[in-house]
Design a protein around this ligand. Structure first.
Ligand code: NCD
Length: 340
């Protein structure tokens, strides 16, 4: 597949995980991310997006997504010309300006890409049709279909780097599946691959949405729902743990908390898990992994790079470098892929 042939719905905006296909992921995104791993810190890397400009608007808490996009842009030689963390309070939105007006004004200044995290309910798709520059969704809270597409892409890349495959894997997604946007985006993406099996593990009141189940059924993905992670532990290749989304509206916090004993990853789960499985988490982790028991295990790859392979956090940096290159400078990507 050639980069010029990419004609996804919404492209060159990155809005939803459903946009992508497995060919683009395997033949363009992953090879570019691998190139980024090799070039990272090399002089050539700092010339790839020289003088290109990124605007970063974060409405909602973020550590890794914001930092990795901004670091990625700097390491590629580009500039971050506006960086607004905590934008609902620190920008004119704090005076009552509509989210779209704030975004459109920033776009009006120029720049080559706009990275947006939006914890409000406004649809980024509506903004994208008005935008003269690519918009990358760094997590949204849209009422019908909240998404975190770049997280799902980096999650898949982490799986590929660790297991060497995506087709045919079994994934246990655990935690607040009703409100978590990372599990939604990852489910959509996994459905693009062959032979996927998903175990959804959550307290009853935090089960995955009916829309995702319907999507998976339509795409022939086998899935089942469980209350206790130990039931599925011997069968999973990937454990994808998530926190309870208090800031995104989990009002059943106390009941969920009680049920957490069944959805926690600790030594008992490790003892049942396959030796070649991996434990992932989009982070932040706030108690759902017993860290002192799980962190030292070679299967725990969320923060720490182990055995010469990048952690999930580090994979995020390489995937976001690759994504910035693809949307800002497809011609540079073509020459990088050709010299592979
Ligand atoms: C996720 C998010 O914001 O949805 N965080 C992230 O970007 N890595 C997951 C979470 O907050 O639980």
């Amino acid at each position: 597949m050639e980069l010029q042939e990419v004609k996804f719905e919404g492209w060159p905006h990155v809005l939803k995980a459903q946009q992508f296909d497995s060919g683009w992921i395997k033949n363009i995104l992953f090879p570019l991310a691998i190139r980024m791993e090799g070039l990272y810190g090399h002089r050539l890397c700092g010339a790839l997006l020289l003088d290109k400009e990124m605007i970063s608007l974060f409405c909602g808490e973020s550590t890794r997504t914001r930092a990795s996009f901004e670091i990625a842009m700097h390491r590629l030689g580009g500039k971050v010309i506006v960086s607004s963390p905590n934008a609902r309070l620190s920008s004119a939105m704090g005076k009552g300006e509509h989210f779209y007006d704030t975004c459109l004004a920033l776009i009006e200044y120029g720049g080559d890409v706009l990275i947006i995290r939006n914890d409000g309910n406004e649809e980024l798709g509506k903004l994208a049709v008005l935008s003269s520059i690519p918009i990358i969704n760094a997590a949204d809270n849209a009422e019908k279909d909240k998404q975190h597409p770049t997280q799902a892409l980096l999650d898949l890349y982490t799986i590929q780097r660790r297991l060497g495959r995506i087709d045919g894997i079994s994934v246990a997604m655990i935690g607040d599946l009703r409100n978590g946007r990372t599990v939604r985006s990852l489910s959509y993406l996994l459905a693009k691959f062959k032979g996927i099996r998903i175990f959804f593990v959550s307290p009853l009141q935090l089960q995955i949405g009916a829309d995702i189940k319907e999507y998976l059924t339509r795409h022939g993905v086998e899935f089942s729902e469980h209350l206790d992670v130990r039931e599925v532990a011997p069968h999973a290749d990937v454990f994808y743990q998530t926190r309870t989304q208090k800031n995104l509206g989990t009002e059943d916090w106390d009941r969920a908390d009680e049920a957490h004993g069944l959805t926690i990853i600790d030594k008992r789960v490790l003892d049942l898990a396959k030796l070649d499985s991996i434990i992932m988490h989009p982070l932040p982790c706030v108690g759902e992994i017993v860290r002192e028991e799980v962190d030292p295990d070679p299967r725990a790859i969320y923060i720490e790079s182990k055995n010469g392979k990048p952690s999930q956090v580090k994979c995020g940096l390489f995937i976001r470098m690759a994504l910035l290159l693809i949307v800002i400078s497809p011609e540079v990507c073509c020459s990088l892929l050709r010299t592979d």
